[in-house]
Design a protein around this ligand. Structure first.
Ligand code: FES
Length: 129
């Protein structure tokens, strides 16, 4: 499912994407997904820190640490590897953010998840769809 034009997502920028997840006979669930570009590749994770169940950008409108090397939860500062979503901070070390497959196709960012419906797309401070 199409998200936005690929050129609109700059390196280390992120999108906040509201999706509806419909899997099998389970009741559809609304989720917030962060979509970002890191070293040229695009990644998507459910915006849910497993530590205390908060969005990564709950305290600041940012998802990266100061050096732009790791994803960082703004609540208590836990760090995650951008490429895998794996937490590298104590307590949750080794646990992973839930990933969704996203690709660049014909100049667009596209979820490769049939069970996802995109409801809303925002850049920090700017609603796009
Ligand atoms: S809630 Fe994310 S680090 Fe604590």
């Amino acid at each position: 499912m199409h998200i936005i034009a690929a050129q609109d997502l700059a390196e280390k920028a992120f999108l906040s994407v509201e999706v509806l997840l419909k899997r099998g006979s389970l009741r559809p669930r609304k989720l917030n997904v962060i979509v970002f570009r890191f070293n040229g590749e695009v990644y998507a994770y459910v915006n849910h820190c497993m530590h205390m169940h908060r969005p990564l950008n709950c305290s600041e409108d940012a998802i990266f640490d100061a050096n732009l090397q790791y994803l960082r939860c703004s609540m208590h500062g836990f760090l995650f590897e951008p490429e895998s979503g794996t937490c590298i901070s104590p307590v949750c070390e080794g646990q992973k953010l839930q990933a969704f497959k996203v690709v660049e196709e014909a100049g667009k960012l596209v979820f490769k998840e049939k069970s996802l419906q995109v409801l809303k797309v925002s850049l920090p401070g700017q609603e796009l769809i």
